[in-house]
Design a protein around this ligand. Structure first.
Ligand code: G1P
Length: 265
């Protein structure tokens, strides 16, 4: 799905690359072959753009190229949850910490959210999740932090609950950026099923705490859009377009006119 002029997934890749990440694993499912092709080199397209002297477009196309061997694609054959999706990549995850990005969560941040997290993680170690406060009537849609200690932008976590129906331990929701210790993969190996019969990543991170390791949340600076919802996707499109100088002027007047028209109606 394109946001402004590039696929949604490109924003997560750009964010990860800006944070220094060079190797990627995509966990996908049936019917997502286009994704694989997208990251391949488009020789014919590059040649014709070059011939036509369209250097700007050529640069955009080239910026999506991945180095050979830097990208792996794994299929999750059964929709058994986020934890299971990550477990599907277990043979490719080594003994190093790794980051997980859920591309549905688009975040405009400066520095980008994952970069902020890596900087905070360099101080804390352990596991780190991105977090933000959400309204009470939305908290049941998220993994939620039980806070042990509030240290400014960073919180130390006592527990995590996936989509609590009631009695959420706080208003701090987990947003789709994680830095995980390799031990999380051992926890996922247990394939413990939670609500809805799914294997939750939240549970595997909570197991870290039970085993005496530290988990932190970072209240990142930036704006997050839930592109899994229609309204969120449209908001992200507008916000990202307004960030672009060549579109901002064409859109600002239009948006103001539309709003004025609606409120006059
Ligand atoms: C997933 C996670 C949840 C997290 C959310 C962030 O849920 O399971 O813990 O809060 O992403 O977007 P999903 O949105 O896939 O239902």
């Amino acid at each position: 799905m394109p946001l402004v002029d590039r696929p949604l997934i490109q924003y997560a890749i750009d964010e990860a690359r800006a944070a220094g990440i060079k190797e990627f694993i995509f966990v996908t499912s049936r019917g997502k072959g286009a994704l694989e092709d997208y990251f391949d080199q488009a020789h014919e397209l590059e040649a014709s753009l070059k011939k036509a002297g369209k250097t700007e477009l050529l640069e955009i196309v080239r910026s999506t190229n991945m180095e050979s061997g830097a990208i792996a694609i794994i299929r999750q054959q059964k929709a058994l949850g986020l934890g299971h999706a990550i477990w599907c990549a277990r043979r490719l995850i080594t003994d190093d910490p790794f980051a997980v990005l859920l591309p549905d969560d688009v975040i405009i941040g400066d520095p980008p959210c994952l970069q902020q997290m890596i900087e905070a993680y360099q101080e804390t170690g352990g596991c780190m999740v991105a977090t933000m406060a959400v309204p009470a009537d939305e908290i049941s849609s998220y993994g939620v932090l039980d806070v042990a200690e509030d240290i400014g932008a960073i919180v130390r976590v006592r527990g995590l609950v996936e989509k609590p129906r009631d009695n959420a331990p706080s208003n701090l929701a987990v947003i789709g950026r994680y830095i995980l210790a390799p031990t999380v993969m051992n926890n996922l190996n247990k394939l413990k099923q939670g609500s809805g019969g799914e294997v939750h990543l939240t549970g595997a991170i909570a197991d870290e705490i039970a085993e005496g390791r530290n988990v932190y949340g970072l209240r990142f600076r930036g704006q997050r859009f839930d592109c899994g919802s229609k309204a969120g996707f449209i908001r992200a499109s507008i916000a990202l377009a307004l960030e672009r100088e060549e579109l901002r002027y064409a859109l600002e007047d239009f948006l103001q006119d539309r709003v004025a028209l609606r409120s006059g109606a």
